[in-house]
Design a protein around this ligand. Structure first.
Ligand code: PHE
Length: 454
């Protein structure tokens, strides 16, 4: 039987923007600042940059190699390249990890919709500094309101996924990513000009190495994996949609750079803003939702229409950035069900969306009515956040780098990296060395350090 051609991205720009769209999201704008804030600022950021370069980008490249070579979704790719071996579990656990991330991620993504609503109805305008914390807490611990937004967000994701790879994923990323970037630069400039912003810049730029402990390493590694969407196979699935002439190394570097730039930019927006309005940098996962609305009011108090426009634009873009990420998480599970069980794309997507709606509702409720039901001392929401970023993604990354570094035929690796010998790649040996030794050893050391074994 003639096999129908698989879907794919149609242009090089589309490839980069869709992958960057997956990488850039709440991880950069919401999670990065609060992880950096919890772990002391500048020193964390330095360790983070090391993790991006030594672990994140090389493992991203490994995922792209696996995906494009196997031409299969994450759940099937390992079985194609290593038939009948336990390697397939790396892919299957990846699919599951994606569902867990999507479930708690869409809760926060749902919050962005509430904030768009507040911005549009101009309800930030008459609030004082303290009110923002209060109303954020009241909203997130409410039972039904955040759940409705979360479900709405999952349905939005579902709708785009059903439209397919090129018309849905590629097209939406091409529009959303450049706008996001421009707006963020503008906002970083504005917050840097706020009175009192200097303390925030110091916090970002002056490392205090006394604060570097095992948690900082684990946090930075987890954040690097999470932010780059590495370790669970998003880039295996996306890589399988790449064309033969896409330069994988260039793509991985561009995506890594874009993602890091956006994270640092959001640091430059959030911290000066937080210090300017007297919010502690380690005040946790509410940081973006509490400081920013206040900043817009303070920065543009004189010109209310600007405050209005900035608030609406910012939350809109935050939602869009989150959307390109939820799409990629959803795609991993959908393409697996679609291709492995031969369900239609729509039916596969429906299963994924339904599972996520159930889990996400539980995550959302775990911040309010269910906050006393903890597992290992974590609420469900925090459990999903911590276990995926700090355990499942690094462990996935460990196996992915071993797979490409040791298991996969080096001719295949070389051919993927050089597009069958047509590209020159002076750093080929370096990449293989990192995947073989540096990355796996670093991941093991960071875990051992955290467990107090080093
Ligand atoms: N990288 C995304 C972000 O920063 C989150 C994500 C993690 C997406 C893992 C896909 C896979 O928001």
């Amino acid at each position: 039987m003639e096999k129908k051609e698989r879907a794919g991205f149609s242009s090089k720009l589309g490839v980069i923007l869709a992958s960057a769209g997956s990488a850039v999201g709440l991880g950069n704008i919401w999670r990065f600042p609060y992880e950096a804030g919890n772990h002391g600022g500048a020193a964390f950021i330095l360790v983070y940059l090391g993790c991006v370069l030594m672990l994140g980008i090389p493992i991203m490249l490994a995922e792209l190699i696996i995906g494009r070579q196997a031409r299969a979704n994450t759940g099937e790719a390992f079985d194609k390249l290593a038939p009948g071996t336990p390697w397939k579990w790396v892919g299957l656990v990846g699919v599951l990890t994606g569902i867990l991330i999507l479930s708690y991620y869409s809760v926060v993504a749902g919050w962005t919709l509430e904030f768009i609503g507040e911005a549009v109805t101009n309800s930030f305008a008459d609030k004082q500094a303290g009110d923002f914390i209060q109303s954020f807490n009241a909203f997130t611990t409410n039972s039904w309101r955040p759940v409705i937004w979360t479900v709405t967000f999952l349905l939005l994701t579902h709708f785009i996924i059903v439209r397919g790879v090129e018309k849905g994923i590629e097209k939406s990323s091409k529009i959303m990513m450049p706008v996001l970037f421009l707006l963020m630069i503008l906002m970083a400039v504005c917050t840097a000009l706020l009175p009192g912003a200097g303390a925030g810049l110091t916090f970002l730029l002056k490392p205090d190495f006394g604060k570097v402990n095992a948690d900082v390493f684990l946090g930075a590694m987890g954040q690097a994996f999470f932010s780059l969407s590495v370790g669970m196979g998003v880039l295996i699935t996306y890589g399988s949609y790449f064309k033969k002439d896409t330069n994988l190394t260039k793509t991985a570097f561009s995506v890594g750079m874009i993602d890091t730039l956006v994270a640092i930019l959001s640091g430059f927006i959030i911290f000066p803003a937080a210090f300017a309005v007297g919010v502690e940098p380690d005040s946790g996962s509410g940081l973006v939702f509490i400081t920013l609305p206040n900043v817009f009011q303070q920065a543009f108090g004189e010109i209310p229409v600007l405050a209005y426009i900035f608030s609406v634009m910012f939350y809109l873009l935050l939602a869009l950035a989150a959307l390109t990420s939820t799409i990629s998480l959803h795609e991993v599970a959908t393409s697996y069900l679609h291709e492995h069980y031969r369900l239609t794309r729509k039916r596969a997507a429906t299963w994924v969306t339904t599972a996520c709606i159930i889990l996400a509702t539980l995550c959302s409720l775990s911040l309010g009515v269910g906050k006393n039901m903890t597992i290992f001392g974590f609420t469900l929401f925090n459990l999903f956040d911590n276990i995926t970023a700090k355990v499942l993604l690094p462990v996935g990354g460990f196996f992915i780098s071993i797979f490409v570094g040791w298991y996969l035929d080096k001719n295949v690796v070389r051919s993927e990296l050089t597009n069958g010998g047509t590209l020159r790649l002076p750093i080929y040996q370096l990449i293989v060395f990192i995947l073989k030794f540096l990355a796996p050893i670093a991941i093991v050391c960071i875990f051992a350090n955290e467990l107090g074994l080093l």
